[in-house]
Design a protein around this ligand. Sequence first.
Ligand code: SAM
Length: 239
Amino acid sequence: MEYFDIMNSACSDVGLSMDNKIYEKFIDYKELIKFWNEKVNLTAIIDDEQIIKKHFIDCIKIFKFSPLKEAKSIIDVGTGAGFPGIPIKIVKPDVNMILLDSLNKRINFLNEVINKIDLKNITTIHGRAEDFSRKSEYREKCDAAVSRAVANLAVLSELCIPYVRVGGYFVAMKGPSVDDEIKEGKNAVSILGGKIEDIVKIEIENSDLNHNLVIIKKVKETPKVYPRKAGTAAKKPLK
Ligand code: SAM
């Protein structure tokens, strides 16, 4: 199958549509990843087909959780080379997207991508997640937070849940060890004002990837003492 067809079928699997304009943005993004990856460490995945499946399609499948389509503002915490934030923004151009990462080289790359593939209403933040969610302009302001491959659920919840407004969602993209992470992280989720609502299984056609979306609803405000000082969540995860 051509890349267009694989991506088109991933989009229709989650109830979204893809056209040539969207497809071209993905292809330009893929080329920028390959070009920049030679000087900045962005990803270990550099083969065209793998970039499309393991990055683009994996991220598009976040919309298996369909209420995310209603979110008007989303923050991607620890976005790295833009995953899942950029694919989300490409397939849902009307969303206000914030991409946050503590590595400035990756932020420079993302600014170039945003400029080259002409994305609007998307901002980048260079910094630690724990520092920005304390600021009133970011705290509990987003309809949703999303994150992939940044930390285990207990740690990640402290980085992400403070950004989400009450009634919104934190969607954590997780691998096969999701059950253990939930066992260890469920109390942290609750302390931070979240409630685990569902685990959605993700399949990527013609691959052996076994992924899960942990769906956390924000049910009450995050206590003011969280997040703790940058680095504390990772050193002493909430139990
Ligand atoms: N989400 C991307 C993906 O799935 O390809 C990147 C994953 S990469 C393994 C983890 C990223 O999280 C890195 O770019 C790192 O700089 C960022 N990161 C880790 N802890 C962070 C924190 N406390 N605040 C902001 N960014 C953080």
